[in-house]
Design a protein. Sequence first.
Length: 734
Amino acid sequence: MLFFFIIFIFFLCDFVSAQVSDDYAHEAFSGYIDVLINFMVPLIIFIIVDLKYSVTKDNLIRSLILLVNVGLQQELAFIFSSVNVSNFIKILQHIIIVFMGFGVIINFIMFCKFRNKERKFDAFDDLENKLLEKFETKIQTLEENIKILRRKITSSDTSSVDISKINYEKDTNLYRKYQNSETGETPEENIKTVIEKIKENNGMREIIKIKILVRIILTIYVTHYYYIHFTRVNPLPGPFPFPFVGNLPQLIWHGGNLKTFFKLNHKEYGDMFDVYLGTTRTVVLNRAEYIEKLLTPSTKNPYIRRFPDSGAKGFDELGLTGKGILFNNNYKSWKHNRQFFTQAILSPKLTYKAIDWTNRLFNELESYWEKLYLQEEIIKENKNKLDFPAWFNQFTNDMIIELITGERSYTMAGYYNTLSDEKAEHSSEIVDDSVKLVQAIRKYLLGLLMFQVVPPFLRHYVPGFKNKSDDFIQNLEFMNQRLDAIIKKRRQEIENTPLDKPLPNDMLTSMIIANTSRDINSVGGEGMTDIEIRGLMLDGFIGGTDTTANMISFIIYYLAHNSDVKKKMLEEIDRIFQGDKTRPITENDFRNLKYCEAIIKEVARIFPVASSFGRCLEKPDEIAGYQWPADTMIRINADAIHNNKDYWEEPDKFNPDRWLVEGFEPRKHSFIMFGGGLRLCPGRKLAMIELVCLMALLFRKYEIDLVDMNAPLKTKTTIITACTELLIKVKPRN
């Protein structure tokens, strides 16, 4: 309780200080008011509370140490953020800093004194031994007096003895002295209790030693942490960081939603601020002109690094460093892998397959909806409600697994089985197998942020963090085993296929045969190892599942709230399909659905799935008018750039028509739906195909409305912004 009371006092004083300060400027020191309120007042209160228990020399020493260890450590940051420094204040602050140094020295001396048994602090040992000897002697005396008393009673006629009149004080003057009237203990019990308490406290010195050592370490760490923070290069405004965890407390306060956290900080601190995601300082850029150099393709300075080497420890633990393309910081390795990935994903045959499988999987989806929601009696009873992202997460999972591996996935069937008593026609074994793999992929995606921002110490030793970390690693091992088995199986199938027979059109096959005798596009060089292929498969799963499912969910939401846009879209769809609601969509249809494409771009502008993404400087460079050292972590806030009135006319208005204006071209780097630079999303074409085709398939045949038009869009942002729930009503379109 005392600890929480102190914390409350500190927060109260900080609040009062904020009220009396007129300005906020990140300079070297603070004003006198900050020093007085943030530092002196809480320490005085704590000393009073501490001394309330017993005014002793030890308590005075502890209070002085607290003056340094608590007062300065906790309030050092507030002392260093300041206004209007005078010479007097500078002198005062130098004295405080020196005082803090003395605090470290005092702690160290106390530790040494307790550690050295020859020092006077071992007077505690002598005192304890003397007390024990004294009490043992008194117990023996008391026992002898009690025996005498008993003999007196038994030697006479007990019937005539009034025990209440026996002079206990005369027979044993220790009785009244040690009698505990409150507890009712006998003298023996009272003394034994005292001795037991002394024995229980016998190990307290060891605990005190550890506490002092920990306080010394924390003093040094916290002092170093805030020294680094307040002497950082180019100090920018931003939320106040805490040792070990940075701005994670503020992020957690906002529900762990990175999009909301950045939006609030952008509003408070402007177009450029810094945050600490874990222990790493991150500079957040919110204007297109600030990011031009970062997103300009250049092999001389490619800007492909996503995180500093110091921040790669988490990915090292996962075995992701140097693998694939998403989390690969090594330019040579990244370029090698990117070449194979791009060649596989941009294959004309894969484009055709993407359209074909969108049609096939939508037919499967319809078969489930027909049974659950589209029966006439179900619609009349108003039971035709469904969670849209829940279904389309399964749809895109089945889609991307087919495109990457060439193997069927049945997660839509698995989701249907959870909602219906009548099960899907596929065997439960293959359905469960698909569901397990997709759940593993989803857990992998959600856990990546933890390994990027949560310090290793917390992941390895702190319960809760450690449990999640261990669970994530086990999940990754399971996923790696599954993918390795799929790769091995496909290699064997390719080896058993005659050279004159065609191979499947999927990314896995393309990557296995790359730079082999079966590769008609081979330019020479080595092929890909199984580990390299597995890394690219994981990247494909991450980039092609949740992103598309969430994007189509956001499209449904914005169309429901913009009836004029929805009307124009339906007119385009009806014009192209001429009332035919069942024929498969073709590549030509996809190219003609221009307004649908404009809607996708406008939704991506106003509510991007990738609301922010990172870059890390490989060498010292000038960005946004500041000179930055190597390993500086930068976060590009696409959400802020997409909604900036300097780049967009009426940015808050949902207006797909802006994209169809002749000659319209967004300002450079003001629209970054698929990122930019050398890391421009290689799967952008497949994403647009899937989204446009789904819009046509859905709206040419069905009426889709929100269950609650007043409900806000439910999302959560980690690496991407995910739609957690979107309830809709569906019925056949007249």
